[in-house]
Ligand binder design. Structure first.
Ligand code: DER
Length: 226
């Protein structure tokens, strides 16, 4: 099966965990898109009722409404479940996310979910975070060049996403610095170091958050738990 088919298969497995009446965190990206579409289909078919979605990006908010889902803004109430993609999935289910630029709203939403379910194709599975993907770091637009210098001092080799006259802007009006991770890093230590750097809003490390991951490969969908 091609990659898109695999991603959809993983998405269907996650949507099977959604029950009527749930408040659902709606992830962002090309894999989460399949979950949002499937949720909409099941609500339209009457298979699920009383579903309230909380979107992790403007794009997912728009898509959710297009497929007929009720969407509400994030408030302090817990979410029953959240479904999202990832750029890297480590054996302990620590993640790197943010290649779609949605990491801040994703993290703000998904920390409130009782269950964070990750959906991915096999190309996202790594032995160690940093193997395949950069670490996206959301930084304040104001003074961003200074913040990039602060980050370069810690993680040389990174770059502003979409450099030029109009760098990539997140839904929150911030920029993204894609950091190259050196070999052996300790994610919790690096996360604390980056979060303590002036101008950094948040990072694409999602550590200790995911409960399980549905990973689709040509051999089928495997279910990873922490
Ligand atoms: O930006 C994000 O965090 C997305 O979840 C992204 O990392 C996964 O997107 P994909 O499913 O399109 O690979």
């Amino acid at each position: 099966a091609d990659l898109e088919t695999l991603k959809k298969e993983a998405a269907l497995r996650a949507v099977d965990l959604v029950q009527s009446g749930m408040r659902v965190g709606l992830g962002t990206g090309s894999t989460a898109k399949y979950a949002i579409e499937e949720l909409g289909r099941r609500v339209q078919a009457g298979e699920l009722t009383g579903i309230v979605g909380v979107a992790t990006s403007e794009a997912s908010d728009t898509l959710a409404r297009q497929v007929g889902l009720r969407v509400e803004v994030l408030d302090p109430r817990a979410l029953d479940i959240a479904i999202d993609g990832a750029d890297e999935v480590a054996p302990n289910l620590d993640l790197i996310k943010g290649l779609g630029g949605a990491l801040l709203r994703e993290k703000l939403t998904e920390v409130q979910a009782r269950r964070l379910i990750i959906i991915a194709d096999h190309t996202k599975v790594v032995n160690r975070l940093g193997e395949k993907a950069p670490l996206p770091v959301e930084i304040a637009a104001f003074g961003f060049l200074s913040t990039i210098e602060r980050l370069r001092a810690q993680l040389p080799g990174g770059r502003l996403r979409q450099p030029g006259a109009q760098p990539f802007l997140t839904d929150n009006g911030n920029y993204i610095y894609d950091a190259q991770l050196p070999g052996a890093i300790d994610p919790p230590t690096l996360e604390r170091q980056l979060k303590g750097t002036l101008g950094v809003v948040d990072t694409g490390f999602f550590l200790g958050m995911a409960e399980r991951a549905f990973v689709a490969s040509p051999d089928g969908v495997s279910e990873l738990t922490r």
